[in-house]
Design a protein around this ligand. Structure first.
Ligand SMILES: Cc1ncc(COP(=O)(O)O)c(C=O)c1O
Length: 338
């Protein structure tokens, strides 16, 4: 059911032209939020997929008339989005090029370039953000970035990793405990302004999440965290994970990493930094003070960053197991575990 080569060539040229027109049209202003009601698309499309091959032009028309008709134009400068969204011509070209190879990057052997490109570029990114050396692949130790599919996934993965670490530690201390008993005593912490995905991760991981109050800067600081930990330790609970946020989605405030990091270190707590919303600010030297706690270079620090380059450069992504360049919102995990 594929396209013949001449048809593909024609369609590809037409799509590129359409992309350029779309971008130029957006620069001239216009409506950014479509006037459609929920369920609008069902009325405009057949309720079963076509059984026979349709001409590519029909699909193209559907995209124009149906999909674009219900699209919010996030990249328009007229759209005051609550979340930054960027796309650039280089990233689109990267996307297309990656589609051409359809590589599956399970392991180094399944596509050496996939792994190596990811490794090299994660180091570039760590350096561009001025992260400490232990986030780099080319240093001794477990550091080095990997790309995840979403911020939610990243938080869940680190919470599960932290949970497993605590289970291992607790079992080696007292092998008679059951995993359930240990898990039931675990407590994770985050700001009550953290993204809903943080609380959701705790539900999936079956770990209690304590949403902490904030100070006058709408950030969780050291004393707020320390107090909560002490309360929980008195009740024989196991404080084991802190999710700090660099840029809360609702009001773009920053938790106090400088104070949280040493507490996590002293208390043997896994510190995860959700920088999905505003971590890209670290590209600018004048904003790096927000991540000062990370410079200390101790253990168990993870940072997740998305929206890295906006309109200005390429990004990495492993959607469909590819390492590709693109600019839609992507999450990048740079990690060092203890
Ligand atoms: C701070 C923060 N964390 C996590 C997320 C969740 O991102 P995703 O949809 O990629 O899972 C968002 C999304 O808006 C966010 O702003």
């Amino acid at each position: 059911m594929g396209l013949e080569t001449p048809e593909f060539r024609e369609a590809a040229h037409r799509i590129i032209d359409r992309i350029i027109d779309y971008h130029e049209e957006l620069q001239c202003g216009g409506v950014t939020i479509p006037a459609v009601e929920p369920g609008f698309m069902k009325e405009r499309l057949p309720n079963v997929g076509p059984e026979k091959k349709e001409s590519w032009l029909t699909v193209f028309d559907d995209f124009e008339n149906v999909v674009i008709g219900g699209t919010v134009h996030w990249i328009s400068s007229n759209y005051f989005g609550y979340f930054p969204s960027g796309v650039s011509y280089p990233s689109m070209l990267g996307d297309i090029q990656c589609s051409s190879t359809a590589n599956i990057g399970f392991s180094w052997t399944s596509s050496p370039s996939c792994t190596e490109l990811e490794t090299v570029m994660m180091d570039w990114l760590a350096k561009a953000l001025n992260l400490p050396d232990f986030f780099l692949h080319n240093r001794r130790g477990p550091g080095g970035g990997v790309i995840q599919g979403s911020a939610s996934e990243s938080t869940l993965i680190t919470l599960l990793a932290a949970r497993n670490k605590v289970i291992r530690e607790e079992l080696s201390r007292d092998p008679k405990q059951s995993i359930h008993e240990i898990t039931a005593r675990m407590v994770a912490y985050a700001s009550r302004y953290s993204h809903s995905s943080v609380e959701r991760a705790s539900k999936v991981a079956l770990v209690t999440m304590r949403l902490l109050d904030v100070d006058e800067h709408i950030s969780v600081n050291g004393s707020i965290l320390q107090e909560a930990i002490e309360e929980d330790r008195k009740q024989r609970k196991i404080p084991m994970f802190v999710c700090a946020t660099i840029g809360t989605t609702s009001c773009c405030t920053y938790d106090n990493l400088m104070e949280l990091e040493p507490i996590c270190e002293n208390e043997n707590i896994w510190l995860h930094v959700d920088a999905a919303y505003a971590g890209s600010a670290l590209l600018c030297p004048e904003y790096r003070y927000i991540a000062q706690g990370l410079q200390v270079g101790r253990f168990q620090v993870f940072i997740f960053i998305s929206n890295i380059c906006g309109n200005d450069a390429e990004k990495c992504n492993n959607e469909n197991s590819h390492v590709v360049f693109r600019t839609s919102r992507r999450l990048i995990l740079i990690s060092k575990s203890g």
